[in-house]
Design a protein around this ligand. Sequence first.
Ligand SMILES: Nc1nc2c(ncn2[C@@H]2O[C@H](COP(=O)(O)OP(=O)(O)O)[C@@H](O)[C@H]2O)c(=O)[nH]1
Ligand SMILES: [Mg+2]
Length: 400
Amino acid sequence: MTVLYPKRYLTAVLVAVITLHYLLSITYDNYGRISSFTNISERIRTNEEPTEAPSIPDLNRLQYTNASGESANATFVLLARNSDLAGVINSMQSAEDRFNRFYNYPWVLLNEEPFTEEFKSRVSVLTRAPISFGQIPKEHWYQPEWIDEDRAREGRQKMMAKQIIYGGSVPYRNMCRFNSGFFFRHELLQPYRYYWRVEPDVRFFCDLDYDPFLYMQKHDKVYSFTISLFEWEPTIPSLWRTVKEFITEYPHYVENHNAMDFLSNDGGRTYNLCHFWSNFEIADMDFWRSEAYIAFFEYLELKGGFYYERWGDAPVHSIAAALFARRDQIHFFRDIGYRHDPFQHCPSGEQHTQNRCACDSKDTFGQNTSLPPVPLVKLTSSPLDYTPNSCLAKFEKLFG
Ligand SMILES: Nc1nc2c(ncn2[C@@H]2O[C@H](COP(=O)(O)OP(=O)(O)O)[C@@H](O)[C@H]2O)c(=O)[nH]1
Ligand SMILES: [Mg+2]
């Protein structure tokens, strides 16, 4: 019996512990780091210093979170021009510093023109993760031949007269159409399921101490956002009518537990203009690749609204997510502090402190929910005239 041989028992346990420690150290990088003697002694030293305030977050904490070695089939995706270099560097640095240097998800950068050697070398130094640069096929980017250019030009001129932002821009329309219906078909994105969309000159304010891709996967989420607001109605005059036609023709694509109530205050008769701001997205490309979404996009495409009007990928993605996914598959990343001019989302309370958020909790879009959700009426080219009014309250009321 073991009790009778305490020494032999102790030796056996000791050998087992050392073997296990050795095996874990060579198998998991992070385990090695966490349990290395220098690390342990440093932590003991920190514990011995009573002057350190207990509320200061543990800066090494992030290194430990991915110790399981588990990761999702996911990538960052960033669409940019060569002239966006400085902004791309800002955004990538922010995403790497706050999250990805501990997770090393790959980066895919896309452009309708070849990226310059300078662009590639300047951004490649920002990450230790794999990075690839892709060119977008012409048919995924440029205005299709069958679009009636006279009608498209007329549409642009009308919008310019109303001073609608990007109203006269064809490249902006190419970009919206590409983000709506093509990015997930790019060959560099084929290996991946989840993506995190990043744009030039965005900022991530807080540490992220868990893997949002795994979160999406484990909780069966397909679409997520940090900011939601109202669309500029004159950019999408006939979009909702088209959506309703699609639903009538293809009712079987509409999910039973959909989020129509986020989009409409009258059961679908009219669109309330609420959408998720798609310059930030963590989402499931299999959703965009699904039969329902492809059918939806093709339907919109044939109406020509990406060029005759200025349909944005934000309302297109949002409407699709709200109608073809279950409402509980849409997620609000409350803990991701994020800025894309001129709006930002800043977490508060414990999330703000623990994740070392470099933003003011009071300065967060969606806080000012006392304003009634009245869609924009006055239109100018200045985004500051955009009604500072968020759809977040509506989302939270519906989604709990
Ligand atoms: N390659 C390329 N990227 C573009 C073009 N226009 C916009 N983008 C990218 O598309 C995204 C949205 O454009 P942005 O100018 O930020 O629009 P905004 O955020 O709506 O003001 C960003 O990632 C841009 O870098 C273009 O003509 N070519
Ligand atoms: Mg942008």
